[in-house]
Design a protein around this ligand. Structure first.
Ligand SMILES: [Mg+2]
Length: 362
């Protein structure tokens, strides 16, 4: 099975409401869609979102990397030698994890189709559904309360509160949402690198003293400041989740060897796809660190890929795969479906994506 053509297109999907974190405010989900075509007629899909503030990747850089660097390297490769394909692909460029993820995803889609297996079964098949949290954007406390109550009406029972936009209000945000939703709802918080190390410890101690029952605090400090992450992890009892600190398996190794976090957030767009995500998961599992599966604010193609991986693996114990609840439209036909807080995988081979409406391919 050989790839004979690589096509890319763009989609732009409106959101139900703006997505606000300490790093960025987003009004649309924009994706580069990748379509790999084999000589036998099988089609593999992948996608990548430009997240300049997180990965450094833009629509133009993703397109350029795929068309100018990755496409020439994968045309004509025999895909059944998947380890050869992946080692060549991932040695071909540094960084550019969004572009790599889109291509890696589409290749695994084809590979699993050739084996007539849904991707989650190819990767391990531990379960066929996952539960997802939903993100509440960083806003004034009353707006976050209103958004949290809508999320509960939609069937969610696990809320991730974005903090760090004017951190003086962070404690009020958490107190207001906890008071509004009661104690049975899970709440986690994500500061997206907005706090300093000591500020994080002070803030988390307050959350603990107030009995706000926070599941975990995500990426309180700067991505590269592993010493600060370690300091926070060692000085609070609440679990600390590393997100932007872990892109590569080597990043995960640094976290694991120091136990600088209690949990790792795996995102295909950070890791560069399934091949590297598997290595991160195996490292974390070996170190006794559980993983959360996350994604960017992106279309159902990449969310489907992440859900397959999360369902496949026992040590992915939480999911934050909420774009289907945040996007106003879904142009993707096939793939994962969201009902309340449950994402269910279907039994179609590969990713199960049939088509994407409205994409103009180059
Ligand atoms: Mg995060």
């Amino acid at each position: 099975m050989k790839i004979v053509d690589v096509k890319i297109g763009k989609i732009k999907i409106p959101l139900k409401r703006p997505f606000k974190t300490a790093l960025r405010t987003v009004y649309f989900a924009e994706d580069i869609i990748v379509k790999l075509i084999t000589q036998s007629g099988l089609i593999g899909f992948g996608s990548a979102a430009p997240t300049f503030a997180i990965t450094g990747d833009s629509l133009d850089s993703i397109s350029s990397c795929i068309l100018n660097e990755l496409k020439p390297r994968i045309i004509g490769l025999e895909l059944t030698n998947i380890e050869c394909v992946m080692s060549k692909l991932h040695a071909s460029v540094v960084n550019n994890t969004s572009a790599l993820s889109a291509i890696d995803m589409a290749i695994y889609d084809l590979y699993a189709q050739s084996l007539n297996l849904p991707l989650y079964k190819f990767f391990g098949g531990y379960r066929n559904l996952v539960f997802t949290s939903v993100t509440i954007s960083a806003n004034p406390p009353d707006v976050m309360v209103a958004d949290a109550l809508v999320a509960l009406e939609d069937g969610f029972s696990d809320l991730k509160l974005k903090l760090g936009v004017d951190p003086n209000y962070d404690l009020d945000r958490v107190k207001a949402v906890r008071a509004a939703v009661g104690n049975l709802i899970k709440i986690s918080v994500d500061a997206n690198q907005a706090w300093g190390a000591k500020e994080s410890v002070r803030m988390i101690h307050k959350l603990e003293q107030l009995g706000l029952n926070i599941e975990f605090v995500e990426q309180p400090v700067k991505a590269k400041h592993i010493e600060d992450l370690l300091y926070v992890t060692q000085n609070v009892t609440t679990d600390i989740l590393a997100d932007e600190s872990v892109f590569s398996p080597y990043d995960a190794f640094q976290i694991c060897k120091q136990k600088a976090a209690d949990l790792i957030n795996i995102k295909l767009a950070k890791a560069g796809g399934f091949y590297q995500a598997t290595k991160i998961l195996n490292l974390a599992e070996s170190a006794g660190i559980e993983c959360l599966m996350g994604c960017m604010l992106e279309s159902q193609v990449a969310v489907t890929a992440a859900a397959h991986f999360a369902a496949a693996k026992k040590s992915i114990v939480r999911c934050d795969l909420d774009p289907p609840a945040l996007l106003a439209e879904n142009p993707v036909i096939g793939g994962v479906s969201l009902d309340g807080n449950v994402l269910t995988l279907n039994e179609t081979a590969g990713l199960g994506i049939k088509d994407i409406i409205g994409v103009q391919y180059l």
